[in-house]
Design a protein around this ligand. Structure first.
Ligand code: 4AD
Length: 453
């Protein structure tokens, strides 16, 4: 058979280069669009291509001689191509992304993807085992759901930054390489820093506290690292930690500020039509939570767990002083099915820096925010602002005060009542996007045994 090779028709108007996100505004004009063949279908002498360029999806139609070239006949999904033509609304009764399609007059293949056994859909098939999927995360993120979560992630980060701007808080970038612990020695990643012992940061909290006197209320969006031994669906070894610190506040102020931050951020995310559409696809039942959030003390939670026969980790009824384990916490949150501010945890089960409740020194001015489906997404507290109690806090935890001299100095040079919190972005997204695990809310998740790709 004669090989058909087509060239661009030079009598046509010059094609304007567009991204798919700009396709609605470019209807009726001759355009060229480059992207990946997301889907491919041959139907009654036509070839239907769903083109993907990261900014959206565009249905393209090849007809007549365009369907007869070698490139058209051997086209595969995930090949990159540039398509030229005019976009117009689809006929009545047909469906396509944005309700329109590109009628091609010319196309060029940029890079072919393999077919047969190596076709992407064979490698990352819907029913592939999870390990295979995570080995091929670089291909999985090309999928509609995985990329939707990553787009929502970007939208949520934008929304947090807008919220902090509204609240007059300044963004800072604390170091990731540190020589102090914040949340206990057992989850520290240690490394050799020019011959000295150093760690990957568990939390930027201590650094944020040092910014209050120079920059006022601050926040950071930074990776935190935890050498978690347990494999759970909500623990990563590296996660994006959104932390904030506020000066001259009370515990009640801290709770209101946290509620305002969460709700305002959700409102901003939902106000973005693209993000709101993606959330609807991922989690059709999602609704912005009602205010005020339910407030429940740790002591009341223990009573609740006892009353509902939810045992502690040893299988016994919960008692004051027990750590509320992940399973019990989730059962309670799912049953109550509302965001909960769980407050006033006992001193013994919380970090060294937390302020004691002036009305009950057995407990701290601490808060966890729990969301249905995920459980804890935020941990926060008021901080000890007195020198003596802080030194006693180090001693209780068996921490040497020496490397903390700069943190201790905050109590020496003009102390202030202050508090803050840390929110795990992947957990927030797992809740918003209804993902089973935080692993699917991270670009390249890390957990025990997984540091690739
Ligand atoms: O409760 P955490 O350990 O609190 C702190 O680190 C405080 N220093 C924060 C602060 O007050 N500035 O962690 C805070 C949040 C948790 O609620 C959870 O959402 C998330 O960080 N987080 C994790 N997310 C994923 N994987 C892990 N291994 C996580 N550990 C904590």
């Amino acid at each position: 058979a004669k090989k058909i090779v087509l060239t661009e028709d030079s009598s046509l108007p010059a094609a304007v280069n567009i991204k798919i996100r700009g396709s609605v505004a470019s209807r009726g004009k001759r355009v060229k669009v480059s992207g990946w063949v997301h889907r491919l279908r041959h139907q009654s002498k036509l070839i239907f291509i769903t083109l993907r360029d990261g900014t959206g999806y565009l249905q393209c139609i090849l007809a007549d001689d365009l369907t007869k070239t070698y490139d058209a006949l051997t086209l595969t999904v995930e090949s990159t191509i540039t398509i030229y033509g005019v976009i117009s609304p689809v006929p009545e009764g047909s469906h396509a992304p944005d309700g329109h399609e590109l009628h091609a007059d010319y196309f060029k293949v940029v890079g072919k993807a393999p077919g047969g056994d190596e076709t992407i859909t064979n490698i990352v098939a819907k029913d592939a085992d999870p390990q295979t999927k995570y080995d091929n995360r670089h291909l999985v993120i090309r999928g509609e759901q995985a990329s939707a979560v990553l787009k929502v992630r970007a939208g949520v980060l934008r929304a947090f930054r807008k919220t902090y701007e509204d609240l007059g808080m300044l963004e800072v970038t604390p170091p990731c390489m540190v020589q102090t612990q914040v949340e206990g020695g057992s989850t520290l990643f240690e490394f050799n820093y020019y011959g000295e012992k150093a760690y990957l940061t568990q939390s930027s909290q201590l650094y944020l506290e040092t910014c209050l006197p120079s920059l006022g209320d601050v926040f950071c969006i930074q990776e935190s690292f935890r050498a978690e031994k347990s494999l759970t669906r909500r623990h990563l070894s590296e996660y994006t930690h959104i932390e904030a610190e506020l000066g001259f506040i009370s515990f009640d102020d801290l709770l209101s500020n946290l509620e305002e931050t969460i709700c305002r951020t959700i409102d901003y995310a939902l106000a973005d039509p693209l993000i709101s559409e993606l959330i609807k696809e991922l989690n059709p039942k999602f609704k912005a939570p009602a205010r005020p959030f339910l407030r429940m003390t740790y002591a009341d939670a223990i009573e609740w767990l006892k009353k509902h026969d939810i045992p502690n980790e040893e299988g016994k009824p919960h008692e004051f002083g027990d750590d509320i384990a992940e399973a019990a916490e989730r059962k309670m949150t799912d049953e109550i099915n509302l965001p909960i501010f769980l407050t006033k945890f006992p001193v013994e089960i919380k970090a060294f820096y937390m302020k004691k409740d002036p009305e009950d020194p057995r407990v701290t001015e601490s808060v966890d925010c729990l969301m249905p489906g995920v459980g804890e997404i935020v941990g926060g507290s008021m901080r000890m602002d007195g020198m003596e109690e802080l030194l006693a806090g180090y001693a209780r935890e068996g921490i040497s005060p020496d490397p903390y001299y700069w943190f201790t100095d905050q109590r020496k040079y003009g102390t202030t009542p202050h508090g803050g919190y840390g929110l795990g972005l992947e957990r927030f997204l797992a809740w918003m996007c209804d993902r089973y695990t935080v692993r699917d809310c991270s670009l390249y998740p890390r957990w025990t045994g997984r540091c690739t790709p």
